[in-house]
Ligand binder design. Structure first.
Ligand SMILES: Nc1ncnc2c1ncn2[C@@H]1O[C@H](COP(=O)(O)OP(=O)(O)OP(=O)(O)O)[C@@H](O)[C@H]1O
Length: 254
């Protein structure tokens, strides 16, 4: 598939509202994420963080829909269907919440990682793909031999890294990661972080993460948007200088 020129913003939402199964779970979110930058969505459980991430990543979930305002990824509206939708999902790497536990059981790890490529292009150069998969395994500190194994043969931390490799295999313009370091111990977490940062700094990949971990925010030098019950209640750069909406400011001070 042809790559398009990157647009000014990897993600642009204006007064966006999102419903899941008919219930509004995100209300009135306006945000910008530029190429080469990172944005962290924070907030308590049920705030709508995963719903927003899934919508922007183009998750295949029938009940998830824009019900107000607009959102675009790399300039392509998320409401667009057909070819535009395919291009948008091609440009986006998505690591969903719990992705490591939901890898296709019947594929080998090599096939799992390569699937975003093989499912889009049947005439793939197998050798080039095998090299790309091997490069990702190495980068994420997985043994080369893991490519021939099945997901159930790996630890949960290894499966999480396989899911991350799969999200990165198409060299996305936007990475959407929902709790990306779940199940990773400190050492491999550093490898995962370095892969994200290298793509951000060298290729201009934008990073959109759902996390409540201040260290992750600091590592990524991320802007922060805090959601509560679907509504934006705080915004800032890093966790130290978040500007709160008046209601939330009073709530936090009290
Ligand atoms: N698959 C689903 N179908 C319908 N409603 C859902 C689904 N998943 C989540 N919800 C609902 O959507 C709302 C927002 O949930 P969401 O998972 O987006 O929040 P979250 O901030 O990511 O929470 P958490 O930190 O617990 O993952 C919640 O009320 C939740 O019950």
């Amino acid at each position: 598939m042809q790559r398009r020129a990157s647009s000014e913003f990897a993600v642009q939402c204006d007064d966006l509202s999102v419903a899941r199964g008919g219930t509004r779970v995100v209300e009135g979110v306006t945000l910008r994420l530029a190429a080469g930058r990172a944005l962290a969505i924070m907030g308590p459980t049920g705030a709508g963080k995963s719903s927003l991430a899934a919508l922007l990543a183009g998750a295949d979930e029938p009940g998830l829909a824009v019900v107000g305002g607009s959102a675009a990824v790399e300039g392509i509206p998320v409401r667009a269907r057909g070819r535009k939708q395919r291009v948008r999902t091609y440009l986006t790497g998505y690591l969903s919440q719990g992705a490591g536990g939901e890898l296709p059981a019947r594929l080998t790890v090599g096939e799992v990682i390569g699937e975003p490529v093989t499912s889009r292009d049947r005439r793939v150069n197998e050798r080039a793909l095998a090299l790309r998969v091997a490069g990702l395994l190495d980068e994420l500190q997985l043994p080369l031999g893991a490519a021939a194994k099945y997901p159930y043969e790996l630890s949960s931390g290894m499966r999480q890294r396989v899911a991350l490799a799969r999200a990165l295999v198409l060299n996305p313009r936007l990475f959407v990661g929902d709790d990306p370091y779940a199940n990773l111990d400190l050492e491999v977490r550093k490898a995962a972080r370095d892969s994200l940062l290298r793509r951000r700094d060298e290729d201009g990949m934008a990073i959109f993460v759902v996390t409540n971990d201040a260290e992750t925010v600091r590592d990524l030098d991320a802007d922060v948007l805090v959601l509560r019950a679907g509504r934006p209640v705080g915004f800032g750069h890093g966790t130290a200088d978040v500007l709160w909406t008046p209601d939330e400011g009073a709530r936090i001070a009290s």
